[in-house]
Each structure stands twice: as structure tokens, then as C-alpha cells.
Write a protein that binds this ligand. Structure first.
Ligand SMILES: Cc1ncc(COP(=O)(O)O)c(C=O)c1O
Length: 440
């Protein structure tokens, strides 16, 4: 393998969510991965403090997952799941449903989180229509929410830049206020005490649009991409009860929180609140093969199962829904999670991880710190007139000079290591962040 790519070789690939010109001047190239680490093209070892992109919960290149993928590729490279099936997809669905709260018994497979949002929203709208309530088409998201980049995701999502470039958005949507308020919540460890009342805003939205026009509310139980916003205590419970009261479906987007990030299989379990639909992706295969899906409550599924026998029950699906290699990777990943007790491991490391990140309070430029499970974020004071620059420069400094890879979103750094992390990894990542903050 050549150690460096030439400028020409870098030209064709338009990287997503990246300043491409800047990247191509000095690429942050990842050539290999193992366990808790990436290695660049020169073999430099970098601590993965972000599980790739919130995906590699089992760590990288885990042998049981690699072996399952190789075996599946050699046994059944592809099989359609439109009117045919193959065993691994059924096994994966049953095992994922078994991890989910009671009632979420069915799985519709997709290939990504974005497709999972589109799928969940379409199921919600179609379900209301099937019950004779076809005017329920509006989606309620939340400011600062991220649900991927499909049309449903950017309509329901609440991050301005992801929306403003793309004209009239796909689904009609309205938005709850974000749950974050620095004055009330700064440096909270875990769920903030303040903010449950923000769920009551849903009543105002219902009064404005009328419940008969609203299909679903979609929220991340813990908002991840915007910078780790744990839900205020009591907030999700209130959302659940207001949705139930008005016949509105509640969708939890668990693309980040699913598969152990908060110390339980799903955040729904941790918070004791069960949605009607639950989207997942990322951790389901530890990122090794693209896969996503939607867990569907049994009463919703049953509504579509009315026949006749020759008629398709829902006109939706992807060529690669339940792809054999992805399904095999999912089953092997779930084995690793179970055999190594990784969800409990995350739970047991949470307090230490929380102490580690909060030890950065008072360091130069630190405006707030939040954490829950094995997810944490540090808000930095923006540089005058250059929002986002400080975060971006710090992320690069950590990668090139401190051998730590983390996520950056504006002036917020996010940390979400693989669930196999040891205390020493936590010490290393936050120790190096402390050093970096001293110079940036
Ligand atoms: C909560 C949430 N939903 C959806 C997505 C979109 O997933 P994907 O990039 O796989 O489409 C993400 C990605 O980070 C996410 O965090």
C-alpha cells in the first residue's frame, strides 16, 4: 500500500459533512483499525474516542464479526427480501426485538439512520391512514434534533444548516424547543433536573395544528450529534403521555443511543419510556457493515396485516433491507455485546468517564460539559467572529499532535468511545484534551 495519496488521487472523493479543500491539504487518513485504535498510513496509533462515528461500540475489527462477515460473503452474497427471505435476516430481527422493550416486536430493516427516519415516519403516516385518519401527516421534531439527511430527517431535524440549503422540505413539520438551557443546566452530570416542563410545549403545538393533523413526534432520547443533550428528568415521560393522550405516535431515534451507549440495550430501557417506533443503525453491526432499522410496535404491524394474501402490505423497502452480510454482522455483533457484557460494562464505566470529563471544568475556554452513559460533550467559548473555528482547530490538534480522535460539531467536542474502553483510555483521552485546551 502506498503510504500517501497524491493530490490527484484525493480529488474525486467528495467527503460528506467535511470542508473538502481544507481536508485535502492535510488529510486525516485512517488506514487500519483494531480494538480501541485507528492507525494512519504511517502506522501512527490514534485512540478512537468517538467509536468511529458513534458506531463501533464493540471496538474495531473484532474477530467474531470479521469472521461472520467473511463467511456470509462466501455463502450468500445477496438475497432479495422483497417476497423472498434468508435465515440471517429473520435471526437478526428476532434478536434485536428481544433486546427491545416489550411490544416493539417487529423490525423493518434499512441501511442507515437516515433511511430509518424516513421509514419510521412513513410507517407512522401510513398507519394513521390505514386506520382512517389520513389527515395525520405532520411530523413534530425538536430544535437541535438530528435524524439524518433523508427528506423526513431534514424536515423533522432541528439543525439549521442541514435544512436551509434544500428548498421546500419533504414532510410538513413543526418543532419542540431544544431541552438545553445553559443558565439552568451548566455542568450537569447525567440528566439535568431542570427542563421537564419543556415537553408541555407539545400541547401548544397540538393546539396550533390540531392532533388530527399530526402523525408523530420524533426525538432522540439523548440528542447526540448536536452535542450530547441528556433529557431533563421527567421530560420523556411527559412527551409519552401527551402523545398517548392525542393519539400521536412517539418515535425514538436511537441511532446513537441504541446498543449500549447509555448502558442499556436501548435508551428506552434506561429511561423507562417506551415509544411506538424506535429507529436504530450504527451499533447494530458495530459499524462494520451498513445496516439500520425500525422497531415497530405490534399493534402498528398488525394494522398492516389484513390481506388479501397476494397484496403487498406496505409499499416501502430497500434493495438491501436485511442484506445477508449485514444481518450476519448484526448477529455476530449481538453475540459480542452479550458474551462480553458490554452494555453493563458501559454502565459500570459511566461514573468514571463522567468524572474524567468533568475534571476539565475550569480549563481555558470550557463553557459547559455534559455527559450520560459513555457519551460526553464539551462546549467551548467560540473565538470572536469565527464560530466553529476553535472546535475545528482543537479536533485537528488532538488528532495530529495528541493521537486522539474525537467528534467536533461547531465549538463542541464530543466523546463516545467504544464500549470496550478501559479506565486507562478514559484517562488518556481527557488527559490529552486537558493538555490541548491549555494551548488552544
Ligand atoms: C440520531 C441520529 N439519527 C440518524 C442519523 C443518521 O444516520 P446515517 O448517517 O446512518 O444516515 C444519525 C447519524 O449520526 C443520528 O445520530
Amino acid at each position: 500500500m502506498t503510504s500517501q495519496l497524491s493530490t490527484n488521487q484525493l480529488d474525486a472523493f467528495w467527503l460528506p459533512f467535511t470542508p473538502n479543500t481544507e481536508f485535502k491539504k492535510r488529510p486525516r487518513m485512517l488506514a487500519r483499525a483494531e480494538g480501541m485504535h485507528y492507525f494512519d498510513q504511517d502506522g501512527r496509533k490514534v485512540l478512537d474516542a468517538s467509536a468511529g462515528l458513534w458506531c463501533a461500540n464493540a471496538g474495531h475489527c473484532r474477530k467474531p464479526i470479521v469472521d461472520a462477515i467473511a463467511k456470509a460473503a462466501a455463502t450468500l452474497d445477496f438475497a432479495p427480501t422483497f417476497q423472498f427471505g434468508h435465515p440471517a435476516a429473520f435471526e437478526a430481527a428476532a434478536r434485536i426485538a428481544a433486546l427491545a422493550p416489550a411490544g416493539l416486536d417487529h423490525v423493518f430493516f434499512t441501511n442507515s439512520g437516515s433511511e430509518s427516519t424516513d421509514t419510521a415516519v412513513k410507517i407512522a403516516v401510513a398507519w394513521h391512514r390505514a386506520r382512517g385518519e389520513g389527515t395525520r401527516t405532520k411530523i413534530i421534531g425538536r430544535e437541535r434534533g438530528y435524524h439524518g439527511v433523508g427528506m423526513a430527517g431534514i424536515s423533522a431535524g432541528g439543525i439549521g444548516n442541514n435544512r436551509k440549503w434544500f428548498g421546500a422540505l419533504g414532510f410538513q413539520a413543526d418543532h419542540l424547543p431544544a431541552t438545553y438551557n445553559r443558565a439552568e443546566q451548566a455542568f450537569s452530570n447525567g440528566q439535568p433536573e431542570w427542563g421537564a416542563h419543556l415537553a408541555d410545549e407539545l400541547e401548544k403545538i397540538v393546539a396550533l395544528h390540531d392532533a388530527s393533523n399530526i402523525a408523530a413526534v420524533i426525538v432522540e432520547p439523548m440528542a447526540g450529534s448536536t452535542g450530547v443533550l441528556p433529557p431533563p428528568k421527567g421530560y420523556l415521560e411527559k412527551l409519552r403521555s401527551i402523545c398517548t393522550k392525542h393519539g400521536i405516535l412517539l418515535i425514538f431515534d436511537e441511532v446513537i443511543t441504541g446498543f449500549g451507549r447509555l448502558g442499556t440495550a436501548f435508551a428506552a430501557e434506561r429511561f423507562g419510556v417506551t415509544p411506538d417506533l424506535l429507529t436504530f443503525a450504527k451499533g447494530v453491526t458495530s459499524g462494520a457493515v451498513p445496516m439500520g432499522g425500525v422497531l415497530v410496535d405490534k399493534r402498528i404491524y398488525q394494522q398492516f396485516m389484513t390481506g388479501p394474501d397476494h397484496a403487498i402490505d406496505m409499499f416501502h423497502g430497500y434493495t438491501y433491507s436485511g442484506h445477508p452480510i449485514a444481518a450476519a454482522a448484526a448477529c455476530a455483533t449481538l453475540d459480542v455485546y452479550r458474551d462480553e457484557g458490554l452494555f453493563d460494562r458501559a454502565k459500570n464505566l459511566e461514573a468514571y468517564f463522567g468524572e474524567g470529563v468533568h475534571s476539565l471544568k475550569g480549563k481555558p475556554g470550557v463553557a459547559d460539559i455534559r455527559n450520560i452513559g459513555l457519551a460526553a460533550a464539551i462546549d467551548l467559548d467560540p473565538l470572536d467572529g469565527a464560530p466553529g473555528k476553535r472546535g475545528f482547530e482543537l479536533m485537528k490538534h488532538l488528532f495530529f499532535d495528541k493521537d486522539v480522535m474525537c467528534r467536533v460539531s461547531g465549538d463542541t467536542l464530543a466523546f463516545s468511545p467504544p464500549l470496550i474502553a478501559e479506565k486507562a483510555h478514559v484517562d488518556e483521552m481527557f488527559g490529552k484534551v486537558a493538555e490541548a485546551l491549555a494551548t488552544h
